[in-house]
Structure formats: structure tokens, C-alpha cells
Design a protein around this ligand. Structure first.
Ligand SMILES: [Zn+2]
Length: 174
């Protein structure tokens, strides 16, 4: 579930009037993408950023694979990249996808771009690269979720994870 950035990011300074990426914005934004992601059992990914007027915009979601997604480079309209986003597809008893993967967080930290992740259970996470932590922004059914999601299939989800915490969850035996 790694989202690799295959591009060099050219950063400009933040607009003082930039709209923040709020929980409400994310829940609404991810809704229709979750529908696609769950129906097609594929990850979808892209970027949030600012246009030249400092307005929050997002790239069109790119369809990825079952457990990975490589976003297209944003168009010139996006003068500043704020964060990446991706979904985790449909619920699957073989894959604990309710948190960002350790690869997700490691890649975001490495690339110094925050990442937002929506899960089959409808949770939304922020990979905060300054804190080097995955932080739960909103929980179960915050956005569209998979009707087949089984709450009992995997260990309970914490409110935040360090990279070590995600490695431990990866390695947990269930
Ligand atoms: Zn992922």
C-alpha cells in the first residue's frame, strides 16, 4: 500500500489564506472515491494542493492496483502540493487495511509530504510527516465504508501510530 512519488516536488511558500484540509472536507471528498475503490477492489490516489488563488484543489483520483497506487503528477494548476491521498480498496480478510501501512507512513516521511488515507471501514488517517505519526482524523463510517467490513477481523484500531507501532501491527499474528 505504498504510494510512491515518482516526481520532484517544487514547493512554494504557503498562502496565508489557504483553506485547511478539514475532516469534513475529507469525509465528503473521499465518499465517491470510496464507492469506486470498494466496488472495484482497487486503491485510488492523488494529491491535494493549492491553485494560484490559494484555493484547495485535488487531482482526479488515479486507479491503482489492489494494494498500491502511483499518483499522476499534478497539473500546473496546482502550484503547491499539500498532501497525497489514497484509499485502501475493499475489505479483505487477508489484509489489515484499517490503518496506513508502515510503507505508507515511511514513504510519506521520506518524501516529506503528508498523506491522507481512507480505509474500508470508513476511517480517515493523516500521515503527519513532522510528527512521523499516523493520526486517526475520524473513525468508523466517517466516510463511505465497505458493507462487508468485519469489525472483528483485526485488532482494535488505536488513535495514532508511530512507524514502530505500524511495524508491530504488520507483524501481529492473527
Ligand atoms: Zn496505503
Amino acid at each position: 500500500m505504498r504510494l510512491a512519488l515518482a516526481i520532484a516536488l517544487s514547493m512554494t511558500t504557503s498562502s496565508a489564506f489557504a483553506q485547511p484540509i478539514t475532516q469534513n472536507y475529507l469525509a465528503n471528498f473521499f465518499g465517491p472515491i470510496q464507492e469506486l475503490s470498494i466496488a472495484n477492489k482497487r486503491e485510488y490516489c492523488g494529491y491535494f494542493g493549492l491553485n494560484e488563488d490559494g484555493e484547495l484543489i485535488a487531482t482526479k483520483p488515479k486507479r491503482g492496483r489492489e494494494d498500491s497506487c502511483l499518483a499522476d503528477e499534478p497539473s500546473d494548476e496546482m502550484v503547491e502540493i499539500l498532501a497525497s491521498y489514497h484509499t485502501h480498496g475493499a475489505f479483505d480478510y487477508d489484509a489489515d487495511a484499517e490503518t496506513p501501512s508502515s510503507d505508507d507512513l515511511a514513504a510519506d516521511v521520506d518524501e516529506e509530504v503528508d498523506g491522507y488515507v481512507a480505509t474500508p471501514g470508513g476511517r480517515i488517517w493523516k500521515n503527519d510527516v513532522d510528527k512521523e505519526m499516523a493520526i486517526l482524523m475520524c473513525g468508523r463510517n466517517c466516510t463511505v465504508s465497505d458493507p462487508d467490513y468485519d469489525n472483528q477481523a483485526f485488532p482494535p484500531v488505536n488513535g495514532s501510530y508511530t512507524l514502530d507501532g505500524l511495524y508491530e501491527r504488520d507483524e501481529a499474528d492473527y
